[in-house]
Design a protein around this ligand. Structure first.
Ligand code: HEC
Length: 552
């Protein structure tokens, strides 16, 4: 039976080949390797090493392992000279500051770090929060102060309590996508709620204890430990956007692998080719001249069209990717005033009943648009039956039947509207005042969501009507949004620590990844077409788009 023997040999050969292939996969050829050490610590784990060609917009980063080693795969670096940089709080790069990569060879560098000369400059918002004196409740009042600028403005100011009251009154009049480099004022009396009211003076007085109203900070600066183990098995690619003022708030990939993003402070939709980093900007029509511009939620409907929440422009836009044209719908004028704000929408189940859910933040009014007829319907606002308090809705998400989840940013409540009967039910998590912010609905119609003040991931299961919650390992992460990958793992990103967290809900284990720069992460996205999955996010304050590829 020679044929049989041959096939046995073939099978044995195939085994050998696949064994050596999997070995090759775990150790891809490296373009650049090395170690990171300091004279104080020796070899250092969890230092993020970044390289960029001088004329390139793309930066690649890898962290060091427990032996202080790092390795950039040859697939990520073309030959040429690279600028080196590092992130390890408390340390500056002593040298070398560049490395040459040659074709077909592995370059090697021994990177030396020295204690930083300016620790305050390196501190993340999370590290400031860890350092501040006072209790968690006092600190949590500042969670309204980290979306437009980092804490630098506050901790380096010299204001006393009374002056901080004036600052509060100024801050509430800024459009949410304002930055000090590009502020936009709200129109009329469309002030936002950032904690003004009876408790404001107390918060203002507290702020005067953490800034430079005395000669120096009255408290020691504490830093977070660097990440270890599996956290350091990752490659991060950062694509710089063409202008510093671009704030990529929501980043999603379409079915062809193109990256799309909304811009929080200008009126265009962005597109990026992840192969080249090339960026296109499609101007979105202005619906309400004189009002702030900028967009937030970015949804994809079943046909593959993109939907955009137009914030103070008080409407929604649909973008056809083939014709590259927009169609827009304004909220009816009888429901509009200066505070009308349509940042959130969900077209993902519109094919079920023809309706797109939209939220008007002013009064948390829930709307439905029928794009075929242009008809709008006001479904109203909703109160938590337990407390009688009206929900202050942040994110909205549709399930597979186009029922709508509401996330209450002012308590621990999530609600569910039945699309057919408009019946409403509310559910509460265990963490008090966790402030559910944004999230995603999985294939079992479960809602996964970020608990901004709870520093946690929540999950509501409509079958059991139970909420499960997992607190992030790093304190003061303050996640904004959650996404679930095809393996059932949940991912979130921090507005405060530049860390990405990956949860295995079966074991409750988290893996956290350190990003190389200041980001202020908002919407999170996972590309399930790769193995392992790829995580994407916009650096809302860093004018870049970030791709995070875990190695396992
Ligand atoms: C909606 C956006 C936004 C939010 C939220 C925000 N700020 Fe600001 N902040 C700005 C802008 C824009 C500037 C720069 C222009 C200015 O000073 O008015 C600024 C500047 C500052 C400054 C420096 C002012 C100076 O004169 O040097 C301080 C201090 C400050 N903010 C404190 C706060 C505090 C405290 C909070 C939370 C209650 C907060 N900010 C929330 C937008 C915001």
């Amino acid at each position: 039976m020679p044929a049989m023997r041959l096939s046995l040999i073939a099978a044995a050969l195939a085994l050998v080949v696949s064994a050596s292939l999997s070995h090759a996969q775990s150790q891809p050829p490296a373009a650049l390797t090395g170690t990171v050490s300091s004279s104080k610590d020796g070899l250092m784990e969890g230092v993020v090493v970044s390289v960029r060609k001088a004329d390139s917009t793309i930066t690649i980063s890898v962290p060091t392992d427990d032996k202080g080693r790092f390795s950039f795969p040859a697939s990520k670096l073309t030959p040429g000279q690279y600028v080196l940089s590092i992130r390890a709080v408390g340390y500056d790069l002593e040298g070398p500051k560049s490395a040459d990569v040659a074709a077909g060879q592995t370059a090697s560098v021994e990177i030396k770090l020295a204690p930083t000369k300016n620790l305050a400059k390196q501190m993340s918002n999370a590290e400031w929060f860890v350092s501040f004196p006072g209790d968690d409740q006092q600190k949590k009042a500042l969670l309204n102060c980290v979306s437009c600028h980092n804490l630098d403005r506050i901790v380096r100011s010299q204001y006393d309590g009374d002056q901080f009251v004036d600052i509060f009154h100024r801050m509430v009049g800024y459009y949410p996508g304002s930055t000090p480099e590009h502020p936009q004022r709200l129109v009329g009396n469309a002030q936002r709620t950032l904690g003004q009211g009876p408790g404001m003076k107390k918060v203002a007085d507290y702020l005067a204890t953490i800034n430079l109203s005395q000669e120096t900070w009255s408290y020691p600066l504490k830093t977070l430990p660097r990440l270890t183990g599996r956290s350091n098995r990752v490659i991060v690619t950062e694509y710089s956007l063409p202008r510093r003022l671009i704030q990529p708030h929501d980043v999603v990939l379409d079915a062809d692998g193109m990256v799309w993003f909304t811009h929080f402070a200008e009126q265009f939709l962005g597109k990026m080719d992840p192969k080249t980093g090339q960026v296109w900007q499609f101007p979105i029509p202005v619906l309400k001249p004189g009002y702030p511009v900028g967009t937030l939620d970015l949804g994809i409907d079943k046909a593959g069209d993109l939907w955009i929440g137009m914030m103070y422009q008080s409407g929604v836009a649909r973008f056809n990717r083939k014709t590259e044209t927009f169609q827009t719908w304004s909220i009816p004028t009888e429901w509009q005033n200066d505070a009308t704000q349509s940042g959130h929408l969900d077209p993902s189940s519109t094919h079920i009943d023809g309706k797109v859910w939209v939220k008007n933040s002013n009064g948390s009014q829930i709307l439905r648009l029928d794009p075929a007829t242009g008809q709008w319907e006001s479904v109203g606002s909703f109160s938590d039956p337990a407390s009688g308090k009206r929900l202050g809705v942040y994110g909205i998400r549709a399930d597979s039947n186009n029922n709508l989840y509401l996330l209450d940013f002012q308590s621990s409540t999530i609600g569910l509207i039945d699309a057919k009967t408009k019946q409403f039910a509310a559910y509460r998590g265990q963490i008090a005042n966790s402030r559910p912010r944004r999230g995603v609905v999985d294939a079992q119609d479960r809602l996964w969501y970020a608990e901004y003040a709870g520093n946690a991931i929540g999950m509501f299961d409509p079958k059991t009507k139970q909420i499960s919650e997992w607190v992030l390992p790093t304190p003061w992460g303050q996640p904004y949004d959650v996404v679930v990958d095809r393996n059932g793992e949940a991912w979130t990103g921090s507005m405060m620590s530049d860390r990405v967290s990956r949860l295995n809900p079966k074991t409750g284990d988290f893996v956290e990844y350190q990003l190389p720069k200041t980001t202020n992460i908002r919407r999170v996205f996972v590309d399930n077409s790769t193995t392992p999955v790829t995580f994407w996010v916009g650096s809302n304050h860093g004018a870049s788009i970030i791709k995070l590829e875990p190695l396992d």
